[in-house]
Design a protein around this ligand. Sequence first.
Ligand code: NAI
Length: 704
Amino acid sequence: MALNLDSVGKKIGPVSKDYTWKDAILYALGVGAGFSELEYTYEKDLKVIPTFSIASIFDFLSHIGINANVNLAGILHGEQDLIFHNPIPPDGKLITEGKITHMYDKGKGKGALVIGESETCHSSGKKLFTSILTLFARLDGGFGGEHAPKETFEYPARKPDFEIEASPSSDQPLLYRLTGDLFALHADPEFAKLAGFEKPIMHGLCTYGFACRALMQCLIPGQPEKVRRFKCRFSRPLYPGDPIKTQIWKIDDKTALWKTANAKTGEEVITNGVFEFGDLPKDEIRFDGKVAVVTGAGGGLGRTYALELAKRGAKMVVNDFGGSRDGSGGGGKGPADKVVDEIKAMGGSAVANYDSVSTPEGGQSIIQTALDNFGTIDILINNAGILRDKSFLKMEPENWNTVLDVHLTGAYNVTKPAFTVMREKGYGRIVMTTSAAGLYGNFGQTNYSSAKMGLVGLMNAAKLEGKKYNIKINTVAPIAASRLTEDIMPPELFEKMKPEFVSPMVLYLCSEKCKVNGYVYNAGMGFFNRAAVVTGPGAVIGDGKTIPSVEQVADAYGKIASMSAGKEYFELNEQVGDLINAFSAPAKTEAAAAAPKASGSVADIFKAMPGAFNAGAAKGVDVVFQYNISGSGGGDWFCVIKDGTCAVESGKHEKPTCTLKMADADFISMISGALPAMQAYTSGKLKIEGDVMKSQLIGKLFKL
Ligand code: NAI
């Protein structure tokens, strides 16, 4: 029997489960609630204990074990994280879908970890909760897989703020198992002995339910709808009848850390507990299960991004090489460590990295830190930055190069290894940091402005390469109070420009919700807008054969410089297409040239196309035009032009020179002359893929 390593990444579910108020009450009784908590145990105004959720998707959890092919005799619940998006209604249907995300090897005889992640929705359509489960498969170690990333967890040094004792009955598992987990280990003395225990043990999730009640009682009495997250590690088994004690440290008004111990022996049975609470924000954007790297996150803007991402569930790599504002010094671990401590103190997960972004080795090592500690990378924010301002004539090569090395080359160094992982997994969010100094110019910052505008260029090209792998790359031009701006901004403004005002834009661009790619945004003080390179409609001088004179340019300058009806391009090809189209009389371009006055259907037009072929103009031409016409009258046709001949066939050619895509009605109106080809192209009605330049031959090759 061996773990099924192929199960990683494969979809499990949907698995459905109907439940009624009786199931919710049975669960409450199973985790020790009684007359003192009638809100959970009596159907009048019934509320559901949030941890009911995990018991009610037990069928789904068992699919994780089955798909992973774990040895059931050695299976234990290792860790459980529940993130709540909406309160659990007292009845309905739960629909759960998910997958096994990782399998880690602890070594032969030491076991394996199987991680499963799922989302559960209610039959009303509301997303209720996300579960991240770790199964400890004690008998499945030694399969040669990678080790689990190391995670550290620290409780405050002070005494707990609350301690709640409880006494699960010696028969507790017999009641709890009726909520769904019928595993024999919790009821059958023979089975328990075979598994190495002196008698049946408590379900870890039952003790978890007791702990959830204790935390709610201390922090949000009677308000289960305010539980946002409940996370922990199951460290030791507990025998039924042993008393328990849950210790709670309130960290702030949203977070508490907790653990539960056997009150008789003092042994900790549940550790690394995180409890998040508060009002459930509508459609909260979360980063649970995502791994994020922020460069230069030891202070200023980077720190706020890292803290906010961690608060919303991301596992963080906090990079900062700890130098001074001009990039000198460095090597100090303090800034990164401090932010890591802040994240851990609020129950988040973070690790520090102290490399400089300015070398390829540094970039590689920053991303490797994410892979070693958390197994992957989903989000990268290129934020590290320095300043070396000097007026242009005083700008020495050293100041020029050092600034470019950190901002521009630094982003290249870190993005490249991150992009490799993101491309392989088919997901990634990258944010570049530009500046108004680069977008619009600033006195004394030629080095910085060049580097910052270079980052926009890096984004522009990389966005095209990441597009089909669901990697979105966008850029932010922040404005905020930090050590970079403290001597530039007037004190009143400095006070108002908190870096926290920039984070919402950056986090949106890092989220799954972000569907944009290749955009630039200004962000500061709560004001956000998009910036773009816009191109004017321009002027055609001459016929494209005779070189225009300087005087002609001077005469047409007003038209050349006009930005009225300016336009944005997503890539170079679009702009080149417009340039070439500018010289074609509308009816002579692209497919319009194929107009052999065939007024009927799209198919008629292609049938008539060889008759309109101008063999005299086809000397030495070797091209394939693929037409992809959508709509009910459409279809695929291709036209092969070689050795002065023209053949038109229906279907798809395997290697077209360029592909012209259009809706059937637009195609017919373009051929009839009603829609000029250039207008069709610039309005997006005609799309040309592949060699745009060659598409221009169509005008010459077909006679009207
Ligand atoms: P900051 O100085 O507080 O933060 C930058 C961080 O990057 C520092 O902690 C620094 O130690 C770190 N760093 C510098 N060089 C590094 C390297 N080679 N490797 C790793 N870490 C390095 O400054 P702030 O304002 O938070 O800047 C963040 C980014 O935002 C920078 O890229 C900056 O150019 C950009 N920006 C900031 C504006 C603002 O108004 N604060 C305006 C426009 C852009």
